[in-house]
Every structure is written in structure tokens, then in C-alpha cells.
Design a protein around this ligand. Structure first.
Ligand code: ATP
Length: 248
């Protein structure tokens, strides 16, 4: 039987070299065209989960000690990070990681070069990114390191889009940004989801932002999935309101 989900994570366990158990049973699925939020407090295991999805834990001196991850039919732990990008799993890491001494446009182009795109494909994908993020059009010739935090986040997302993702994974995209900038970015991502069917997985400490943005969410606590549900169900739960939305 074919697997209807784009991403399936089951019983995921992971430890770091210092013997810290970061994940102790994380499980969720993400359907094609879905926006799923991964919620949890500081240290709950969100970043570790995202790194595991791209098979990046070995580079962090961590390892998966149990469970399975399948993305688009691939066994993630047996697939190299670069091959996962080629298969369409593309991450925007925490802290944005633009190349500060390259221009905004050079940063964007690097996303296309990474997947071996032709010049013509790069030109047409650039046009699309500028249409989604008009702010970047004005800044295209500016060094990325000289642009604002919001513009750097847009550049990092734009660069990821240049890799033509099937699943875009974002780690704490709202961190350090003004609410109006976060709103603008979330609106653009929702449009990409609606119009182009882009699937999105977003890890967020800011549950209020994430539950407005996502269709569904799971909550991690100490490396374990403790809750999952639709965004509207979770928003209505008193325990979620108290712990994550900051009011009772
Ligand atoms: P944050 O929002 O602070 O990034 P998080 O939910 O993303 O939190 P993780 O960063 O995944 O949580 O951390 C889960 C656990 O793993 C924590 O106990 C953390 O201290 C530990 N940890 C994370 N990265 C490493 C590392 N490179 N080496 C050792 N331990 C780590």
C-alpha cells in the first residue's frame, strides 16, 4: 500500500555525545499540502527533531537510537543530507544563516545552484521569489549582512524556495522579529501553501503565532510527543493556553 503521508516519523529517539537523551519517542505524520507546527518549550527537542529529519545529527555529534523517519518514500537515516535536499526536503535553519558578505540576490541564487538548476530556471525562480517577497526586490544588490532581521529571514526562505522544496522546514522563523514582519512572512507562506501546495513543517516556541499559521500541531515535552490536534482544537484547550499562549 502506498504511504499517503509525505513525512512519517515514528518512535524517534536520539542522544547527543554527552549522553543527553534529546528525543525519547517523537511521532507524527505530515500529509502533502499540510502545514504542521512543532510546539514546545526551550529544550523540548524541536531543533533535534528537525536536524534528524535532514540526517544532520551525526554532524552535531548526535545519533538516532530508535524509530524511523520516512520522507517521500526514502529512509532518512540511510540518505545523505544533500540527497534529501534534492528529494525536496529543504530547511531554513534557526538563525537564518544567510551569507552576510553576499548580496541578497547572490544568496537567493545559491539556493538554485545547490540543486543544479539551469540559468533559465534560476531566472524564473528568482522572479517568483521577488513576487512573493517584494521587499527583497529593492534590496537585491545589498549585502545580506546589511539588511534587517526580517529581510534576512525572507532571504533565507527565498533561498530555500530556489531549491524547489516539496517540504519546507522552518526552525523558529518568528524569533527576534517584529510581529508585523512575522505576520507578513506567515501570510506569504500561507499563500505558497494554498496556491502551490507547498507542505510546511514549522518549529515554534511562539504557540500563538504557530497556531494561527498551521493547520495542525504537535506538542513536544522533554523529547516526547505529548499532544497533537488541529490548530483550532489546540487553541481551545485550557492547558495549551496556560502553558504556551501565556494566559489562562
Ligand atoms: P530551543 O528552542 O532552545 O532550540 P528545542 O526544543 O529546539 O529548544 P533542542 O535544541 O532539540 O530543543 O534540545 C533538546 C535537548 O538536547 C536539550 O536538552 C539540549 O540541551 C540538548 N542538545 C541540543 N543540541 C545539543 C548538542 N549539539 N550537544 C549536546 N546536547 C544538545
Amino acid at each position: 500500500m502506498s504511504d499517503p503521508s509525505l513525512l512519517a516519523v515514528e518512535g524517534l529517539k536520539a542522544t547527543y555525545v554527552n549522553a543527553i537523551t534529546a528525543l525519547d519517542g517523537v511521532g507524527f505524520t505530515l500529509a502533502r499540502g499540510e502545514i504542521l507546527a512543532l510546539l514546545g518549550a526551550n529544550g523540548a527537542g524541536k531543533t533535534t527533531t528537525l536536524k534528524a529529519l535532514s540526517n544532520l545529527l551525526p554532524a552535531e555529534r548526535g545519533q538516532i537510537t530508535g524509530g524511523h523517519i520516512r520522507f517521500a518514500g526514502l529512509d532518512v537515516t540511510r540518505t545523505r543530507p544533500a540527497d534529501l535536499v534534492r528529494a525536496g526536503l529543504v530547511q531554513v535553519l534557526e538563525g537564518r544563516h544567510c551569507f552576510p558578505s553576499l548580496t541578497v540576490e547572490e544568496n537567493l541564487v545559491s539556493g538554485g545552484l545547490g540543486r543544479g538548476a539551469t540559468r533559465r530556471e534560476i531566472a524564473s525562480d528568482l522572479d517568483k521569489v521577488y513576487a512573493h517577497f517584494p521587499r527583497l526586490t529593492e534590496k537585491r544588490r545589498i549585502l545580506s549582512g546589511l539588511t534587517s532581521g526580517g529581510e534576512q529571514q525572507m532571504t533565507a526562505i527565498g533561498r530555500a524556495l530556489m531549491s524547489r522544496p516539496r517540504l519546507l522546514v522552518l526552525d523558529e522563523p518568528s524569533m527576534g522579529l517584529a510581529p508585523i514582519v512575522v505576520q507578513d512572512i506567515c501570510r506569504t507562506l500561507r499563500r505558497l501553501n494554498r496556491e502551490e501546495g507547498l507542505s510546511i513543517l514549522v518549529a515554534e516556541q511562539n504557540a500563538a503565532v504557530a497556531l494561527r499559521f498551521a493547520h495542525r500541531a504537535i506538542v513536544l515535552e522533554n523529547g516526547v510527543t505529548v499532544l497533537s490536534g488541529t490548530a483550532s482544537d489546540l487553541k481551545a484547550r485550557d492547558d495549551i493556553k496556560a502553558f504556551y499562549l501565556g494566559h489562562k
